[in-house]
Design a protein around this ligand. Sequence first.
Ligand SMILES: [Zn+2]
Length: 282
Amino acid sequence: MSMNKPPKGDKPPGEDKHPKGHKPSGKDTSAYLEPAENILVFPGFSSSCLFHGTFNRHGGVSPSPWNSNNVSFGLGDNSENIYANRKQIKTALGCKRLVSAKQIHGSRVHTVDESPADDLEIHGFDGLITNVPGIGLMIQQADCQAVLLFDPAKKAIGIAHVGWRGTVADIIAETVFSMGQEFSTEPTDIIAAISPSLGPCCAEFINFRSELPEALHGYQVRANYFDFWAISRDQLCGVGVRPENIQAAGICTCCNQDFFSYRRDRDTGRFASVIGVKKTED
Ligand SMILES: [Zn+2]
């Protein structure tokens, strides 16, 4: 074991989120675990027309190092395990289809405009939006953020995969703009949530001068460590989302062993964040 490993999670979620001297923007509302204990939900998304959740690494069937609820192909895990894990997620949420993005750290947004005959994984996109009921839009993570978006007025949703490259490309703004174009979503109506992801405690970027634009350098909480949760809040506010409508789990995936973390473990799985509009009885 390397001595340079980041600190392990000995603090409960929600504590020590913002190191001394750094003021995060916006208001924080912590997420909480559902009784199943592997689904984290956001209080702001308790609308009866919505299903959602961030699933932690537990409750699946994959062996080490993907143990156990790995949802991603291409990491060495057996596809049958991944199908079983995805099926378990659909059952837990009561959703008919999962549409996931095969993410590339870009800023393209895909609109799902009809219910597919089977689950779909769409290559080359980092944002997914829809207003079709019954479809769970899924982002796959191991330190990157999923930013979940819900427009209760138009009953439309979006989800974005936000790593540092996505932050630089402003995938959050692209996803909000796309909801405006496709569903006439007003940003002021949007409720947003930032999933568990790499926290300011562990987001060390020693090459930040070449990787991050100068406008983001002010988000350093100490030398070389950045608060990407605060950046995402500000990017959401920058496109018109109200600060009081933004909540963050405040859970660092690198500190918290219940989540996959690429930075902590490198060879590991991916966990899932999913959001969808419920199908009404007809
Ligand atoms: Zn951390």
